[in-house]
Design a protein around this ligand. Structure first.
Ligand code: FAD
Length: 308
């Protein structure tokens, strides 16, 4: 219930203005977001890299409704990739891109514009020797995003995509994408979805997550296990062992600011651990989804607003 309210608020312009206007919100946002500038994101990346962690950087933004904003996002990614290269971090860090931030929702030719824009980001990533992963948004965009993935992979076979275990379709998508060279980030899913397309019960989502991991680990691709759930992490390790996978044939991923001690523990145990680091001004939608995932976060946030 609370989760649905928070996810609805994540899409509300009025709520957005209210939350953004509160100066104290920023202190809570800082727990999940590396900063508003690329330089801050590079600083965080450098610190995480020194600790033996890998990074994927997200220039925050989504649901872009004009072509200029989509163009600005492409330029921001291109600038970021140059900065990563200049800082010697391109081996440790890749980028994550939301297709809605590069034009997918534009009414005229949105899918094509997003493909062309994503292609430009891939070219810049290729030039500095790193990779791109396409984030997954709500279920109305899944087919479009997978089509774009398939088009991009013709020229850039290393482009990865996210699949969300809460969708009924995902086990099958995992089987189809578990092929050689394919990078799949498996997460539980962060949007409010109807029961016609998604499991609603946490245990059902977890069971689906295990089935999806089984398909990915048994396949020939590169599974990226994106979860903070200790049970899923233990099962992933067991499935990888059973499939005879070496430590460099899959990785774990977690979000910046969530279970940081566990991130370091997993890396110290010899696994590859990648931290998803978002930065930029447009933190609202991302931040609200993080609050929705955990009631304790909402309490923390509300207390900070009340103590202004
Ligand atoms: P849960 O069962 O939700 O949580 C397990 C435990 O993790 C909790 O008990 C708690 O201890 C901790 N935890 C989880 N979330 C939080 C939080 N917000 N604050 C504090 N503690 C927390 N979703 C998409 O829909 N599309 C994407 O493209 C996408 N990309 C992602 C990329 C990465 C690298 C990761 C890690 C997640 C991504 N997500 C994405 C979000 C994901 O779908 C989940 O909403 C989120 O990861 C929480 O699920 P969980 O697997 O951690 O399990």
């Amino acid at each position: 219930m609370l989760r649905s309210v928070m996810l609805a608020a994540a899409r509300s312009g009025a709520m957005r203005r209210l939350v953004e206007a509160n100066p104290l919100t920023r202190t809570v946002v800082d727990r999940f977001v590396a900063g508003s500038e690329s330089g801050q994101a590079i600083g965080v990346t450098s610190r995480l890299a020194e600790e033996g962690l890998h990074v994927t950087l997200d220039h925050l933004g989504e649901d872009t409704t004009d072509a200029q904003q989509a163009e600005d996002t492409v330029r921001a990614y291109q600038g970021l990739l140059s900065e990563l290269h200049a800082a010697g971090l391109a081996e440790r860090a890749e980028v994550s891109v939301k297709l809605s931030a590069v034009g997918q929702q534009l009414s005229l030719d949105g899918e094509k514009i997003a493909l062309d824009n994503a292609r430009r980001i891939c070219e810049s990533a290729a030039a500095v020797g790193t990779t791109v992963t396409l984030d997954m948004e709500d279920h109305t965009t899944t087919d479009m995003t997978l089509r774009t993935l398939s088009d991009l992979r013709v020229d850039f076979p290393w482009v990865g995509a996210v699949l969300q275990a809460y969708l009924h379709r995902t086990e099958q998508d995992c089987r189809e994408l578990a092929t050689a060279g394919s990078r799949v980030r498996l997460c539980k899913g962060a949007y409010s979805e109807p029961s016609s397309v998604a499991f609603q019960d946490k245990q059902e989502v977890d069971r689906s997550y295990v089935r999806c991991m089984r398909a990915l680990m048994a396949g020939e691709g590169y599974p990226m296990i994106a979860t903070h759930d200790p049970r899923m992490i233990a099962i992933a390790t067991e499935l990888a062992d059973r499939a005879g996978r070496s430590a460099d044939s899959y990785e774990f991923q977690m979000l910046y600011g969530i279970r940081p001690a566990e991130q370091r523990r997993i890396a110290a145990a010899g696994h590859s651990l990648r931290v998803y680091v978002p930065y930029g001004e447009q933190w609202y939608g991302y931040f609200m989804r993080r609050l929705a995932e955990r009631p304790a976060n909402i309490g923390f946030f509300l207390r900070s607003l009340l103590t202004r």
